[in-house]
Design a protein around this ligand. Structure first.
Ligand SMILES: C[S@@+](CC[C@H](N)C(=O)[O-])C[C@H]1O[C@@H](n2cnc3c(N)ncnc32)[C@H](O)[C@@H]1O
Length: 315
């Protein structure tokens, strides 16, 4: 692809420029209209292997133009300043390096929440909302102690707490840096008064019968498959959040073995799974003496959640 003024913008953001005069950036910027910038950026994103380059160019522009929208700025070019062009160039440069859009923008919508995302956490996926829905449809509304093992950004924990004002939640993660993001998200969502966080290995630091409801989206990708993933995932998301070991089931073995101890009698569990793991994870749950085991599919029809209970209780 021929180099044009937009490349000069991106190069200026990449290599820095003399803050005293901003000359290269200003010259490149003055040679472009907003419509040119939009189509040029879309083309460049697509050429970098990002299929949704058109949509992403719009997201990036809306992000730097806020509170004005892209549509408003196209109608009134005065709404787009060269400082915004500089910011756009810096963000575009990162995205062209295949840094995930959520990390470039710094946040990602999940459920009804807008969560901060950094390179220390898995970007919350729309598929994971299947787990949130499954728990809400199985659990009552009474006061409950919710535990989320491998909480990452806090996505599942916070989505559930946002729907159930009577619940209190504990998010556990091995990663200290993920827990900083999760507790920031609890503040950001106004849920910090009902969310606690604990560093540790799955449920090892938790007392017997400490969960009425236990959820987890553990790492479940087969180790050999990791190298073939998209660069956004392979190079920019934490391996600790992805690598499920030789058969993808390492974390499930550890978590499920401990579920009868962690749950109260009759307590509910829900685990996110890979599309082909329903039978294997259900068998692990059965072998651990758990009951009422069912597999739920996501909107695409793929198996996505294994749900069940500890026996006993009156539920
Ligand atoms: C697939 S991510 C899920 C993140 C978040 N719950 C979500 O659904 O978006 C798995 C999480 O488990 C954490 N993790 C990995 N191994 C762990 C372990 N042994 N004990 C606790 N957490 C662990 C990772 O740091 C990561 O945050």
């Amino acid at each position: 692809m021929a180099r044009g003024p937009f490349d000069t913008l991106v190069d200026a953001a990449r290599f820095g420029f003399d803050a005293a005069d901003h000359k290269p950036l200003l010259e490149a910027w003055q040679a472009l209209s907003l419509a040119d910038i939009r189509s040029d950026l879309a083309e460049r994103l697509i050429a970098a292997g990002i299929d949704e380059g058109g949509d992403e160019a719009r997201f990036l522009l809306n992000h730097v133009l806020a509170p004005a929208s892209l549509a408003q700025a196209l109608a009134d070019p005065a709404l787009f300043s060269w400082q915004q062009a500089e910011r756009l160039a810096a963000l575009s440069w990162r995205r062209l390096q295949r840094v995930p859009l959520s990390q470039v923008l710094g946040s990602q919508p999940f459920w009804t929440l807008d969560l901060a995302v950094t390179a220390d956490v898995l970007t919350p996926r729309a598929d994971t909302e299947t787990l949130v829905e499954a728990v809400l449809s199985e659990a009552g509304v009474d006061a409950a102690r919710l535990v989320d093992l491998g909480t990452g950004s806090g996505a599942i924990l916070l989505a559930l707490l946002s729907e159930r004002p009577g619940w209190n939640g504990l998010g556990v993660d091995l990663s200290d840096s993920a827990l900083i993001v999760a507790s920031g998200n609890a503040e950001r969502c106004g849920l910090a008064n009902r969310a606690r966080f604990l560093q540790g290995r799955w449920g090892a630091g938790l007392a017997d019968a400490s969960a009425d409801i236990l959820v987890s989206n553990p790492p479940y990708i087969v180790a050999d498959v990791l190298a073939g993933l998209a660069p956004e995932v392979r190079d920019h998301e934490p391996a600790l959040a992805l690598d499920g070991g030789a058969d993808g089931l390492d974390a499930y073995r550890e978590i499920i073995r401990d579920l009868p101890r962690l749950l109260v009698p009759g307590g509910l569990f829900a685990l996110e799974i890979g599309y082909d793991q329903g039978a294997a994870v259900s068998a692990l749950a059965q072998a651990s003496g758990l009951v009422g085991i069912a597999v739920k599919a996501d909107l695409a029809g793929h198996d996505r959640v294994v749900i069940g209970r500890r026996s006993g209780g009156d539920r």
